[in-house]
Design a protein around this ligand. Structure first.
Ligand code: NAD
Length: 341
């Protein structure tokens, strides 16, 4: 099958070519993000392969359908950037990689928690400058603290397991209880209770209309003063402007982000020779207690191998049967319950 691959980085190409070695699809790689201005690159292709910040909206899907594209394969689990209603109208099948390594994202979440708590990002710079003073680096024991996990699917479950191992009391909020989490002693509570009791709040729910700005000024107002807030899910689950106010007034003691609501114009590119035009993001960077990574939680060898293999098997299955292995559609979402990824 001829597949146009958008938002290609060298590592995408390497892992996809390895996975495609036996399948033999014709993959044409492009650095450009998919949008109305770039979708003509898919001319002649039967499928497009996209990532988290590609725009797969109604206009793009209409253009792709007109070109004869029948399949959109996401190299990701989240599909909030795809208009599934429009895909159905255009008879385009959408497929994703539902699970590639929950460990990759969960372990990165823990890396953010540990780094923020023990100020590793600041200590690294200090020591390199010959400054061995400890002032300002004071952390806290994780053992005995209460961690609140919002969303206990594949990633949230692993986060719960690791935090339980650290000796944390783990609270969870999820409309669908996960029996594995319950077995490990995680206690499900209403969101308000989780926010009120947690020293650390970690977000692992998908971005849906129900979770858009789930953490807004009101939610922040319910949290313990000095809470550590960590988001490795999707940027818009947090109202960033409200988080900025929370940082300024001390409501938020530490903020760890791997995702940002306006990340599409920043992340995955080397902008070091330019200036950052996003004032909200630039302001976030001024806080010593904010640690941001550029959507890298998924970025392990194991995850990239699994993503590439699942992507190629989605394409192969579609070519053979007209259906991908891991399809996502409005019907499937409705069947699983609103908001379930
Ligand atoms: P999953 O589908 O296994 O789990 C998501 C869980 O969130 C489900 O249990 C679901 O019931 C729950 N949920 C849905 N609505 C909710 C709500 N309103 N409040 C609380 N919980 C709710 O997904 P996953 O594999 O665990 O991934 C979770 C999210 O992590 C993805 O949707 C994606 O956005 C994000 N993600 C980020 C990266 C990264 O690199 N930063 C990588 C992979 C996934």
């Amino acid at each position: 099958m001829h597949v146009t691959v958008f938002s290609t980085k060298p590592y995408d190409r390497r892992f996809l070519e390895e996975a495609n070695a036996t399948a033999g699809h014709f993959l044409s790689f492009h650095e450009a993000r998919l949008s109305t201005t770039t979708c003509s690159l898919a001319n002649g292709a039967g499928a497009v392969c996209v990532f988290v910040n590609d725009e797969v909206n109604a206009d793009v899907l209409a253009d792709l359908a007109a070109m004869g594209v029948k399949l959109v394969v996401l190299r990701a689990a989240g599909f909030n950037n795809v208009d599934l209603e429009a895909a159905r109208r255009e008879s385009i099948i959408v497929a994703r990689v539902p699970a590639y390594s929950p460990h990759a994202v969960a372990e990165h979440t823990i890396a953010l928690i540990l780094s923020l708590n023990r100020n590793i990002h600041r200590a690294y710079n200090r020591v390199r400058e010959g400054n061995f003073a400890l002032d300002g680096l004071l952390g806290f024991d994780l053992a005995g603290k209460t961690a609140g996990v919002v969303g206990t699917g594949k990633i949230g479950e692993v986060v719960c397991r690791i935090l339980t191992g650290f000796g944390c009391t783990v609270l969870a909020y999820d409309p669908q209880l996960n029996p594995v989490c319950e077995q490990m002693g995680v206690r499900y509570v209403p969101l308000e209770e989780l926010l009120a009791l947690s020293d650390i709040v970690s977000l692992h729910c998908p971005l849906t209309p129900a979770t858009h700005h789930l953490i807004d000024a009101q939610a922040l107002g319910r949290m313990k003063r000095g809470v550590m807030l960590v988001n490795t899910s999707r940027g818009a689950v947090i109202d960033t402007r409200a988080a900025l106010r929370g940082l300024k007034d001390g409501t938020i003691g530490h903020l760890g982000l791997d995702v940002y609501e306006e990340e599409a114009d920043l992340f995955f590119e080397d902008l070091s020779q330019r200036f950052i035009g996003d004032d909200v993001f630039a302001r976030l960077l001024t806080f010593p207690n904010v640690l941001i990574t550029g959507h890298q939680a998924f970025f392990t060898r194991e995850a990239l191998t699994n993503i590439a293999e699942a992507t190629i098997s989605n394409i192969t299955s579609f070519e053979r049967t007209g259906h991908a292995v891991h399809e996502v559609s409005v019907e499937k979402i409705a069947a699983r319950g609103q908001g379930k990824s």
